[in-house]
Design a protein around this ligand. Structure first.
Ligand code: ARG
Length: 595
């Protein structure tokens, strides 16, 4: 059994292995010119035909001037996939179909019994990666856009970390700029103690003051001038202004931390202010690179491929005519810093799609300034809007923007109400501690899962009822599948950790094979997510796993089965539970042993 595993030279997911076998065969048969040709491998349209199929013979027919079936014949001659597949078969006009060997599945899965990583190898070359996510603004409420960024960014970071990458999670909070001039000037007038003592205000007050300050700023030229002076004080490091600024940041930070604790988020704050002293040299660098142009007193870079309404090239303002800097300038400084000082090789930014142009522009300027060497990737991971059930922007009933804390509290309250009514129905008695813990996990998981299970690029409708449903692609459904397995172990008094060293997995029934094949796809799934950064792929994988497990469990007796099927099936149950637990943990979701 171990031989088959040891012989696997390339520790990759099955799909990746099949792909590289096909790639090699293509080169061996048709020559070097076919290096890097896409083997066009995908799942078969119907499990009847096997597990995977390659469409390469058809795609290459024209180029090779041969019939697809003839190409398929030649490829099959060269292909050696006997370690993990039954002999490949040619079908239809010239597909090559592959079916995984039961013995291979049995050997791989049996080995997972003592493998906490469930077959997922850590990458050989860890990449220094920065995930810039969450990033709310000081003195403003965190909104649902920040919630999405927080949930998606955390999930991406977890997956890359699990793969073995060296991830720096950065919170690029908006903690600098003209708004602080306004706010400090206003508070000096109406609430001076807020500028000298901690906890004089909470974030709610701060947000209200911020609105009023903005109003004054727009109406009152004298106030405007004072605010500008205050910004100058801040930038030049005046002690008193800095102290006030620090207090305001501290106040907001506390509030953000409440949300991060609720969501179990780890993140390092490195806000816009961090880059303040580097902004001047951004201008210098761009000047040296010959990219800067003066336009109405502002220093700009004219962008390729971006035009204003009149069809004129669009400038990105790097330094305003009054000497001030923009959001984009800070992001330019951040890119340079992350590459040169943090030595990041992959830079990821998680924000709403509304910032797509901002990032495209900033990336373009950084590229043209030659700050981004070829081996470095920079990606904007964008997401759509969160909508209310009416399809409009999510609001409270009275039309106000929803506070994140209220939104999360409500999810937990509703999870609690659901649980309590279920307990009553089932006449079950549970401790207050159990109920509180379970509702907390279910409520928060439901919010996270509802977000992550959507393709992030589309908008999604926020519905407590849908996300808390026990059926469907929801967190409760997934948590329940896990609980079901734990129930088997309790019922049969089974210690999954001690099924004996001789225990092996035997796959005889279709439902067992289907489940086993799915269990083996975790690595390929995580690979795919780490490339296109679409967490919904992992959700879909776990959802299908739960479904396939439920089918297996309906069709194959477990505790009642005879040996050796009994032990094998218990192992499949345990592997399913462990895969769910691991997969959910990568989504930032904890499991429950009972619910
Ligand atoms: N603070 C910004 C906002 O609330 C998000 C910052 C995203 N990160 C970045 N490096 N620009 O919209």
């Amino acid at each position: 059994m171990m031989d088959a595993i040891d012989a696997l030279q390339v520790p990759k997911g099955v799909v990746e292995q099949l792909k590289s076998c096909l790639e090699q065969a293509l080169v061996a048969v048709f020559g070097e010119a076919f290096t890097g040709t896409d083997p066009m491998l995908g799942p078969t349209s119907n499990p009847k035909f096997g597990d995977y199929q390659s469409n390469a013979p058809m795609a290459l027919a024209k180029r090779l001037g041969k019939a697809p079936r003839a190409i398929a014949e030649e490829l099959i001659q060269q292909l050696d996939v006997s370690e993990f597949c039954l002999p490949p078969a040619i079908a239809g006009a010239g597909f090559i179909n592959f079916t995984l060997k039961p013995e291979y599945l049995e050997a791989r899965l049996s080995a997972f019994q003592v493998d906490d990583r469930l077959g997922v190898e850590a990458v050989k070359k860890p990449k220094r990666t920065i995930v810039d996510f969450s990033s709310p603004n000081i003195a403003k409420e965190m909104h649902v856009g920040h919630l999405r960024s927080t949930i998606i960014g955390d999930c991406i970071a977890r997956i890359l970390e699990f793969q073995g990458h060296d991830v720096l999670r950065l919170n690029h909070v908006g903690d600098w700029g003209t708004q602080f001039g306004m706010l400090i000037t206003y508070l000096r007038e109406v609430c001076p103690e807020a500028l000298t003592t901690a906890d004089a205000l909470d974030l709610g007050d701060l947000v209200a003051f911020y609105k009023k300050a903005k109003q004054r700023f727009d109406e009152d030229p004298q106030f405007q001038e004072q605010s500008r002076q205050e910004v100058v004080q801040l930038q030049s490091g005046s002690k008193e202004t800095l102290r006030a600024w620090n207090l305001l940041c501290e106040q907001s930070r506390k509030e953000f931390q409440v949300i991060y604790n609720l969501l179990d988020i780890c993140i390092t704050e490195r806000g816009e202010s961090f880059y303040n002293s580097l902004l001047g040299s951004v201008v210098e660098d761009l000047e040296k690179a010959g990219l800067l142009v003066e336009d109405h007193g502002a220093k700009c870079v004219f962008l390729d491929g971006f035009q204003n309404r009149e069809g004129q090239p669009l400038p990105l303002i790097i330094q305003k005519s009054d000497g001030g800097y923009n959001y984009a300038t800070t992001d330019l400084a951040a890119i340079r810093y992350r590459i040169r000082e943090d030595h990041a090789k992959r830079l990821i930014y998680v924000t709403d799609a509304g910032q797509a142009n901002h990032f495209a522009q900033v990336f373009q300027v950084a590229r043209r300034a030659e700050w981004i060497p070829e081996d470095i990737t920079i990606e904007h991971v964008q997401f759509g809007l969160v909508q209310g059930e009416d399809g409009k922007k999510l609001k409270t009933r009275s039309g106000d923007t929803i506070r994140l804390r209220d939104l999360l509290d409500e999810a937990v309250d509703r999870a609690r109400a659901d649980l309590e009514s279920r307990l009553k129905e089932e006449e079950r008695h549970e401790t207050e501690e159990f109920i509180t813990h379970a509702s907390q996990i279910v409520g928060i998981s439901a919010v996270k899962y509802a977000d992550l299970s959507q393709n992030r690029t589309s908008n999604y409708i926020f519905s407590y009822d849908k996300m808390l449903a026990l059926q469907g692609n929801t967190a409760p459904y997934m948590l329940y599948a896990y609980v079901r397995v734990q129930g088997i172990s309790r019922k049969g008094n089974i210690d999954f950790q001690n099924l004996g060293s001789e225990a092996t997995i035997l796959l005889r029934e279709d439902a067992e094979l289907t489940l086993a094949k799915h269990l083996l796809q975790l690595e390929d799934t995580l690979d795919a997510v780490s490339q296109d950064l679409l967490p919904n792929r992992l959700c879909q994988y776990l959802f299908e796993l739960s479904q396939k497990f439920n089918q297996f469990y309906d069709r194959c007796p477990v505790l009642q089965a005879e040996e050796p099927a009994r032990t094998s099936r218990l192992m499949l149950c345990d592997l399913t539970a462990r895969t769910l637990k691991l997969g959910l943990s990568l989504l930032g979701i904890q499991v429950l042993e009972r619910m």
